[in-house]
Design a protein around this ligand. Structure first.
Ligand code: ATP
Length: 352
């Protein structure tokens, strides 16, 4: 297995697009790293450079200690699984998995051994003779993973491998991928625009925007301590509430309420960040309150999202389903002050 290092890597396409801008990231041996960000942020380009499918404009990419910038793709000991898994329709599952190995001239016994082992882990044993047309989406996805596995690569690269599956299957495959990662004990680098996938799969996640890595950390850390407003807004759904406030010592005053911050930020104004779940129907004397003018509510199962406003600010709260909420009413909610975020308005940086 292997570690992967991006050392000040930049990719400029002809025409002047800087897809990846001075990216530095260390992925540890056997780590599950997720690159997440909105469409066009450069995550696929980063992966494609690592796979050797795009040239690097500046900087170095290393696998373990070896700089691979000029190593041909097939010699990088990497296997990539794409969103469109492109199986050969006229070949059986077995032949699809064997194809790359046969091309390398691998001995028959060894091919068989590898496919049997991969099929066992992926529960494809009974499907090896079938053609892809007679498989479900999830099974096809497992074959695509199997095709990568039989190469026994040092690093697995996965580019939105679940995005063509329906919601239920995606959930199932997410669990399967976690199990697979544990079983293989290999380095996984996974690209997605889906923050839920990132939070659930990654040992660590790297949040990207406009070719730049904005924050790297374990999911919990990125969720609880976002480094800036972009990360705070991108990770978590519905998005964190952002409320412009003026500051007088520790008091932050919005258009419809005021709170005491745990510390005095040395600015006169800023943006208060409150996650929807940190607005609670449990009122306590320790917590400040807001009166949410309810617009609509959306039921999610055990919880509901309530959309409304306080003063001039649109606010979303996540409350228990048992609470009856009606359009037009005012809902009293407490703010969990321990979990407030505060951002510098001009830079968007978290400053508490
Ligand atoms: P998505 O989730 O939509 O695939 P992404 O984050 O993976 O997005 P990239 O595909 O890496 O983003 O693209 C990053 C930027 O580089 C985009 O602005 C894209 O238009 C541009 N780009 C990608 N490939 C090329 C290319 N071959 N030539 C020119 N520009 C490109």
């Amino acid at each position: 297995m292997a570690s992967v290092t991006f050392d000040h890597v930049t990719k400029q396409f002809s025409g002047g697009v800087t897809a990846v801008n001075d990216m530095s990231l260390e992925v540890k041996d056997t780590e599950f790293m997720v690159l997440v960000g909105p469409s066009g942020c450069g995550k696929s380009t980063a992966l494609r450079m690592l796979a050797g499918l795009e040239d690097v404009s500046e900087g170095e990419i290393k696998i373990d200690e070896h700089v691979v910038n000029d190593v041909p793709s097939q010699n990088r000991d990497i296997a990539m699984v794409f969103q469109a898994y492109a199986l050969y329709p006229h070949m059986s599952v077995f032949d699809n998995m064997a194809f790359g190995l046969r091309m390398q001239g691998m001995a028959r016994d060894e091919i068989e051994r590898r496919i049997t082992a991969a099929a066992d882990i992926l529960e494809l044993d009974l499907l090896l003779k079938r053609k892809p047309g007679k498989l479900s989406g999830g099974q096809r996805q497992r074959v695509a993973l199997g095709r990568a596995m039989v190469r026994e690569p040092q690093v697995f690269l996965l580019d939105e491998p679940l995005s063509s599956l329906d919601a239920k299957l995606r959930l199932h495959m997410r669990v399967e991928l976690q199990k697979l990662h544990r079983k293989l004990n290999a380095t996984f680098i996974y690209v997605t625009h889906d923050q839920v996938e990132a939070l659930t799969l990654g040992d660590r996640i790297a949040v990207m925007r406009d070719g730049v890595v904005l924050q790297v950390g374990p999911p919990r850390q990125v969720y609880e301590k976002p480094a800036n407003m972009f990360v705070a807004g991108f990770i978590g759904s519905p998005s964190m509430n952002f409320i412009p406030v003026t500051i007088d010592r520790r008091t932050a005053t919005a258009s419809g309420f005021a709170v005491e911050l745990p510390l005095a930020p040395r600015v006169e104004s800023g943006i208060l960040g409150i996650r929807p779940e940190d607005l609670t129907e449990r009122i306590s004397s320790n917590n400040p309150e807001i009166n949410l003018q309810v617009d609509t509510a959306e039921i999610l199962g055990p919880d509901q999202f309530v959309y409304g406003s306080v003063g001039d600010d649109a606010i979303t709260a996540r409350v228990n389903l048992n609470l009856r909420v009606h359009h037009g009413e005012r809902l009293r909610l407490g703010i969990d002050v321990q979990r407030l975020h505060f951002f510098d308005a001009p830079t968007g940086r978290a400053i508490l």
